[in-house]
Design a protein around this ligand. Structure first.
Ligand SMILES: [Cu+2]
Length: 140
């Protein structure tokens, strides 16, 4: 009886887990990124100021804001976690780079882009299930 109950719950759970990723739609992402900006306004005073020209990407609710970005060669991008509890990472996996350390709320990580090209990246813990990925285009 217990085993049957367990099997039934497992089946029920499986039915509710979508096979595809849980990536947000464009509209959901826009709302999440608007919220991320508000969070950033609340926490940025605690961060060291950026040098001029540094571009900021926010990490919030399993999204990178902006998800895709075009920057000039030589630009430094600062990835800031503005979540309240969740940690994230930045990983240029396709380029064979090491994953960044886990970034806890209000922590950041920077990378300089010296060579033009397309740089897809992802969040180590959240790219598979939550579709937390981004891309940076580096142009002259
Ligand atoms: Cu993440």
């Amino acid at each position: 009886m217990i085993m049957r109950g367990f099997a039934a719950s497992f089946l029920a759970l499986s039915l509710f887990l979508p096979a595809a990723s849980w990536a947000a739609s464009d509209a959901e992402r826009a709302a999440i990124c608007a919220e991320a900006l508000e969070r950033f306004d609340a926490v940025k005073a605690a961060l060291p100021p950026t040098d001029p020209g540094v571009v900021t990407v926010l990490m919030y609710k399993y999204n990178f804001c902006s998800k895709s970005l075009s920057v000039k060669t030589g630009t430094v991008v600062r990835f800031v976690n503005v979540d309240k509890r969740t940690s994230h990472s930045v990983w240029f996996k396709a380029w064979g780079k090491d994953e960044s350390d886990r970034l806890f709320p209000e922590e950041y990580w920077e990378m300089k882009f010296d060579i033009p090209g397309t740089y897809p990246y992802l969040c180590g813990p959240h790219w598979q299930q939550e579709g937390m990925v981004g891309q940076i285009e580096v142009v002259d």
